[in-house]
Design a protein around this ligand. Sequence first.
Ligand code: PBG
Ligand code: ZN
Length: 341
Amino acid sequence: MVHTAEYLPDRGHSIPSILQGGYNHDLTREWANERQLSKNMFIFPLFVTDNADDEVDIPALPNIKRFGVNKLIPYVRGLVAKGLRAVILFGVPLAEGAKDKEGTSADDPEGPVIQAIQKLRKEFPDLYIMCDVCLCEYTDHGHCGVLYEDGSLNRELSVRRISAVAVNYAKAGANCVAPSDMIDGRIKDIKLGLVDAGLAHKCFVMSYSAKFSGELYGPFREAAGSAPSHGGRKAYQLPPGGTGLARRALVRDMNEGADGIIVKPSTFYLDIISEAAKICKDYPICAYHVSGEYAMLHAAADKGIVDIKQIAFESHQGLLRAGARLIISYFTPEFLDWLKN
Ligand code: PBG
Ligand code: ZN
C-alpha cells in the first residue's frame, strides 16, 4: 500500500495517542470503569408512616411512596426478590399530637420506625436495615435536636436524646444507625450508648459527617413533614463552601468511632467525596443522592432534556469515580432492574 507524503505517519515513536481501540466495544467500555455499579452498593430510603395501611404517593418524588408497616412488607418483598440488600428507614409520624419538643415518637415502641424494624427483620432476615437517626421528623419545631428557650440547639440534651434513639433502634434489630443531625459529638455518645447496651459489636455507626445545608432537601421535607418551623439548619449543617469544615467533621467522626461516613448531597459535592475517600481511606464512603437531585433529574427527563436511565447511570457512576463505595439512592428500584448483579 502506497501512502502519499502528507498522510505518512511518523513511525519513529510509539503511538500512545491512539486510545479508541481501547473502548470500541460495550465490554471494553465496561472494563474502563475502575469500579462498577452493583446491587450490593445500593441503599434504598423508605418512608414509613404510623398509619399501618397507608400507601401514598409523594408528588415531589416520582415513583416513591410513603408506606404504613402493613403495606411496606409486600412492597419490600418485590424489591428483595430483585436483589435489594439494604434499606434506610425514615419515620413519618402523622397522628395528632405525635410531635413534641424531644421527638418522643422517634423511638416509640409503637411508632413507625421501631415497628418497621421489627417487621422487616422478621420477614427478611438477610435484609440490611439501616435507620436514619434524627429528631426533625418527630419534633414539633422540626429541628434536628432539642432546643434552648431561645430556639438554638442544646448540644448536650440533643446528643443524649439522639444516642438514646439510636440505641433503641439497635435494640429493635437495626443493623446500622446513621445519625443525620450533624450535632457535635453525637457519634461518641452513640458508640458509648451501644457499648453500655452490649450492642456495639452488632451495630454499624454510619455517620452523616459531611452534610451540607442547601436547597436539595425540599422533596424529602415534603415527604417526611420535617421542615423546621423557624430558621433553617445553617447552624448545624455545613455551609456549601465549607470544605475545611467538612474535612474537620470527617476527622472528628472517625476519631469518635464512626464505622463509615456519608457525604450528602452528592452530585454538587464530588470534590468532598473525593476528599473523604482520601481522608477516610480505611472506611466505606457512602454518597447520598438526595431527594432534590432525584427530583431534578426526573424534571429534566419530563422536559425531554435527558433520558432517565442514561442520566441515572451517568450521575451514579460519577459518585463511584469520586470515591464512593455505597450509594443511598431513590433510584435503587430501577437499578435493581437495570443491573445484572
Ligand atoms: C434528617 C434528614 C434529611 C435528609 C436525610 N436525613 C433532611 C434534612 O436534613 O433536612 C435529606 C435526604 C434527602 O433530601 O433525600 N435530618
Ligand atoms: Zn434532622
